[in-house]
Design a binder for this molecule. Structure first.
Ligand code: MN
Length: 196
């Protein structure tokens, strides 16, 4: 569909798909009723976690340097990045060093999400509230846009809401889970497999 193709122009401009191994996003995922979310652990020049929400035919994306925190008192910087194709949700592997985003990518988390406010309005207003049904991230969460930022960069905060799924240890999620929910592999196992 044209709408999501246009949204993916920035994604495509940054990449050489013949080399990177990442999906071009040419095929529209047929999609069930539930909206997917995925978190990629990405060992690029700086290790970070890419938090992605399916919305309107693409994956809205934020790079969370310190990863998601289950502690409501901990606000994690989430830099908005280009929309990704839906089939990126299943991408795991190693992007060659010299390519854009070069480094190992793990499917660290996946599941479904439910918006608790209108996502189109929330993107304009800078406040998304939602419930996650993941294997590691559950319950209420929010993304809040901050004022300012460098040029075109949109800085948001990813925040766990206070509910039964909150945990006070700010790094419990990233410390307790270091394998892929897709393959069970560690980052080094993914990297070694791709080096063959
Ligand atoms: Mn990334």
């Amino acid at each position: 569909m044209a709408a999501s193709s246009d949204k993916l122009s920035s994604y495509r401009e940054k990449r050489d798909f013949a080399r990177s191994g990442e999906p071009r996003g040419d095929t529209e995922a047929s999609g069930g009723d539930a909206l997917r979310f995925v978190v990629h652990k990405h060992d690029a020049s700086t290790l970070h976690y890419d938090f992605r929400l399916e919305w309107d035919g693409v994956l809205l994306s934020w790079a969370v340097t310190k990863g998601p925190s289950p502690a409501p008192s901990e606000k994690r910087l989430a830099v908005r990045t280009e929309d990704h194709p839906l089939d990126y949700a299943d991408f795991e592997g190693t992007i060659p060093e010299e390519e854009y985003g070069g480094g190992t990518v793990m499917v660290w988390e996946s599941g479904t999400w439910e918006p608790r406010n209108d996502p189109a309005e929330g993107l304009d207003d800078g406040e998304l509230k939602f419930t996650l049904h993941g294997q590691r991230m559950t319950g209420g969460w929010a993304l809040i846009r901050m004022n300012g930022g460098d040029g075109d960069q949109e800085n948001w905060l990813l925040i766990k809401e206070r509910d039964d799924h909150a945990v006070e240890d700010p790094d419990a999620l990233t410390q307790d889970h270091d394998t892929s929910v897709k393959s069970g592999r560690t980052m080094s196992q993914i990297a070694e497999a791709d080096a063959d």
